[in-house]
Design a binder for this molecule. Structure first.
Ligand code: ZN
Length: 244
């Protein structure tokens, strides 16, 4: 394990422009390994390219809700018209190999000493959101490792469990304290929603017991153009510039 620097990528959402910038930064930072907390596809216009890069790079990817919707042919009755249009487009765009790969993903995985889940540990297939300490506490009850990386809200944040008490830490560089548990949201590579349009990911360095969050500018206009050229809903392009 020593010498490893592990990048955690999440909510890439078919945004190739953002993913390329994140990977270039990770290489510069000396990252040796990559893991993915899900939602490789959906929203943006490059699902196949992103699936192929992630399949190649990450020995483990967990299933996100969009991976599940886009990889299956389940009816979209409960979806808003905008969401249904987006999922229908992604389904048609995905190659059979990538669709098969999305279907093969597990909801929870252990890799390199940490846990990966897309949404929550208490109900991984129900796609609940962890926005506050109370919701994090429910998830911690099922977390066996000191670290669990997740995504889904597209908001980078760290929840720390210490003596039964959950507190929220800012997503920046910090050192892990012994005896504590951490539930870490990587933030979103491809569609950030914390008001900051820059791509988000984090790096865990086991030997240093440290985690660093990184934010990177990428060519938002290029990603927007791909969305519009693909005939996807305009709202999916405008929200990238807002980080919402
Ligand atoms: Zn997502």
């Amino acid at each position: 394990m020593s010498g490893r620097k592990i990048a955690f990528l999440g909510d890439i959402h078919a945004n190739l422009d953002a993913l390329k910038v994140v990977l270039a930064d990770a290489r510069e930072q000396g990252v040796t390994d990559y893991l993915c907390v899900g939602d490789v596809v959906g929203y943006n216009a490059c699902p196949n390219e992103c699936c192929e890069i992630v399949r190649d790079l990450c020995p483990v990817t967990v299933c996100g809700n969009h991976d599940s919707y886009c990889g299956s042919q389940e009816p979209l009755d409960d979806f808003t018209p905008l969401a249904a249009a987006m999922v229908t487009w992604s389904r048609a765009a995905l190659s059979p190999e990538n669709r098969e790969w999305l279907r093969s993903l597990d909801h929870v995985a252990l890799a390199m000493g940490v846990t990966l889940v897309h949404a929550t540990m208490d109900a991984p297939a129900h796609w609940g959101y962890v926005f506050d300490e109370f919701e994090a506490e429910s998830s911690f009850a099922y977390q066996k490792t000191a670290l669990c990386f997740h995504g889904h809200t597209h908001v980078p944040v760290v929840f720390e469990l210490h003596h039964g008490c959950v507190t929220r830490l800012a997503p920046k560089f910090f050192r892990l304290e012994p005896g504590r548990k951490y539930f870490l949201n990587t933030g979103s590579v491809g569609q950030p929603r914390d008001g900051d349009p820059r791509a988000s990911y984090c790096i865990y360095t086991p030997a240093e017991k440290s985690v660093e969050y990184r934010r990177l500018e990428y060519d938002v206009a290029a990603a927007q153009k791909r969305i519009l050229d693909a005939g996807l809903p305009t709202r999916l392009a405008t929200r990238l510039a807002e980080g919402r």
